[in-house]
Design a protein around this ligand. Sequence first.
Ligand code: ADP
Length: 322
Amino acid sequence: MQPTGTGALHIGNLEGALRNWVRLQYDYEMFCCVVDWHALTTMFDRTEEIGPAARQTAADYIAGGLDPQRCAIFLQSHVPQHAELHLLLSMVTPVGWLERVPTYKEKRESLKLNDEQVSYGLLGYPVLQTADILLYRAHAVPVGKDQAAHLEISREIARRFNRLYGEVFPEPAAVIDAATAVIPGLDGRKMSKSYDNAIFLSDSADVVAAKVNSAFTTETKLRKTDPGIPETCVVCQLRKVYDPEGYQTSWEEDRRGERGCMQSKRELTEILNEALEPIRRRRTELLADPAQLEAILKLGAQKASDAASETMKAVRTAMKMY
Ligand code: ADP
């Protein structure tokens, strides 16, 4: 994940991605990178924020359940082979492929960027992302439902490299966890750092309460006795994720106009805070002990670098660049 903003993850990242990584770490050899160079595409003019933000993201990986002894947890910039492979892959990637990537087009349009404002790095983002994956000769990449398409270009670049120089890279397959839901943000849109609608793992219990209080419910439910529509109510949707056993009763009451939104919000706050409290405590401990966190990141970078060196040896041999 990219350490943009403060670097703290939100509950969409937690439920839509991290929980799945935590499950996968028992069955796969995993490389969990905080991609701080990618954050430069938007934070190039405030680079001093990226280092601290990357530590927040790493702390959230661990607080959310990734075990630094089991998988490699590291920063992209601590393993410079990401840059070397990016350069080599950039030579075999047609610009046309990059210009057609939907996220590139979306970003250009939503940020209203003209030709002068689009950096070479923003266009090349998928090439760096491909290097991040191929550097570990990964067979599988866990992605959210919304992200499966992002992997297509990585597969194409891997195919092209293999055709030109011989089989070095497996084609990485997307591992999509069917159980993960898209978590709605407080305003009903998808929860995202960039929409200002997120509940962060760094939010205190009081901040969570205030945010849940501000969440959209059912527009036509003005009084307690008006029927709600749980399927489109943010509070009901979050309740379903965090109270999978018990949410149905509250949904039925909501539908029948037997409960007010304030009650639903109070209950959700309690359920959420109970689930998030251990994560909050762990992330605070980790961030309070920078030496320990740096040691974890160093260990991760060492594991990653060992694998990366092997791959780069194979790449240089295949390309006959000694
Ligand atoms: P953001 O939109 O907040 O910047 P990213 O696009 O960096 O989040 O996503 C990081 C990871 O978290 C991805 O695997 C993505 O699929 C997942 N993710 C992000 N937002 C959500 C959400 N609202 N619901 C479920 N998963 C999400």
